[in-house]
Write a protein that binds this ligand. Structure first.
Ligand code: NAD
Length: 365
């Protein structure tokens, strides 16, 4: 890795900082741990054991301090946070799957809502803690099935247990900010809402691209459950660059950066499942699919984030358009299945190079 270049990203703020990531054994958390470690941060993780085999976290073999702990156990969470005394926390640990939330609503609400309450309660009275970024979802919004993007000040909601749990998490964050954190010398508290993330290293079930890749690696065809559902697809590093930009400003102690933030893709990335699969097939000819016509539990039909606030106030923008988003995702899996190679570092560097070419704020010295 080009560590010198990487050290200076985000104004060099993360170098030697203690960063606690909850959910580091998961898809997004493992990419965030990789990126932060390559920037010279002291990375700590708090999560359950990886749920799939293979999984991106184990494949990366990062040398970070990992605490395997259920966030529903407040006493243990509290002990870990107080012992680490992080400068910043990125809270990603959650039950993140809509279909699983129908099967297990209790655990979904427990982990996503009360787990977040436990993290926030543990963050009170931590010397040195300056910033907390809580990761929720675009699904936190009351979905009005309309054509416009959702803004940060719109109503929370959610028809399925997962979406509702993320709407509730947002209310918890607001209440903790108003009640406990909105005072001098307390850490700044924000929440971040991103869209449907794709990228190498995800093997969670019931996500379209991972299902597609698993089927392809077994020479099978995939039935598409909701071929015409439109989603804001984004490469995994896109929301992470948003979280890191937000964390940078919060670590600088700048007021006005707490609150809620959308980090969605450009409009061209709001496409249907079938279009996504067709694009993937352009990059991997072995992909086969069919359309499933049975009824399935309700999932929102159309959802789009309006990220004007992040654009104007954080100067954050997505880097990769739709075809590169899909290409780099498929490239990762093809390298893994065909050559037994993990190309996460290479992909991270490509992303940074392109962001540098686009003169994005977080790449400037
Ligand atoms: N992947 C997406 O498309 C997407 C989109 C929007 C928001 N999000 C949000 O981003 C975050 C990360 O999602 P992901 O896709 O990486 O999910 P993931 O399933 O890959 O990872 C989830 C992580 O949470 C941890 N976790 C789950 N239950 C826990 C518990 N009780 N105690 C401790 N740790 C626990 C897991 O161990 C894992 O590390 C989640 O909050 C999710 O809701 C994801």
């Amino acid at each position: 890795m080009e560590s010198l270049v990487i050290d200076k990203l985000f104004g060099g703020i993360y170098k030697n900082k203690k960063v606690l990531i909850t959910g580091h054994t998961g898809f997004k958390g493992s990419w965030l741990a990789l990126w932060l470690q390559r920037m010279g941060a002291q990375v700590y993780g708090l999560a359950l054991e990886p749920e799939t085999n293979p999984n991106h976290y184990s494949l990366l073999n990062l040398q970070i301090e990992s605490s395997i702990q259920d966030i529903n156990d407040f006493d243990q969470v509290n002990k870990i946070v107080k012992r680490i005394k992080p400068d910043i926390i990125f809270h990603l640990a959650a039950q993140p799957l809509v279909r699983l939330s129908y099967l297990d609503p209790v655990n979904t609400f427990q982990t996503n809502v009360m787990g977040t309450v436990n993290i926030l309660q543990a963050c009170r009275n931590v010397p040195n803690l300056k910033a907390i970024v809580i990761i929720t979802s675009d699904k936190c919004y009351e979905n009005k099935e309309w054509i416009w993007g959702y803004r940060e000040n719109e109503t929370m909601g959610g028809r399925d247990p997962y979406s509702a749990s993320k709407g509730c998490t947002e209310l918890v964050v607001s209440a903790f900010r108003e009640s406990f954190f909105d005072q001098p010398d307390m850490p700044l508290l924000s929440s971040a809402r991103a869209g449907n993330v794709i990228g190498g290293g995800d093997w969670a079930k019931d996500r379209i691209l991972t299902d597609l890749v698993s089927a392809t690696s077994n020479a099978e065809s995939l039935f598409l459950r909701y071929p015409h559902a439109t989603r804001p697809w984004q490469f995994v590093l896109e929301p992470l660059s948003g979280y890191l930009t937000l964390g940078w400003r919060m670590l600088e102690g700048k007021k006005g950066f707490d609150g809620a933030w959308n980090f969605g893709p450009n409009k061209e990335n709001n496409v249907s499942v079938i279009e996504l699969v067709q694009e993937a097939k352009k990059n991997w000819d072995e992909i086969k699919y069919d359309v499933d016509r049975e009824n399935h539990p309700h999932e929102a039909g159309f959802l789009m984030l309006d990220s004007t606030k992040a654009d104007k106030l954080l100067n954050w923008r997505p880097v990769w358009g739709f075809s590169k988003t899909v290409k780099h995702t498929i490239d990762w899996y093809k390298e893994f299945y065909q050559n037994n190679k993990i190309i996460s570092d290479e992909i991270l560097l490509k992303y940074i190079h392109e962001a540098t070419n686009q003169e994005l704020i977080w790449c400037k010295e």
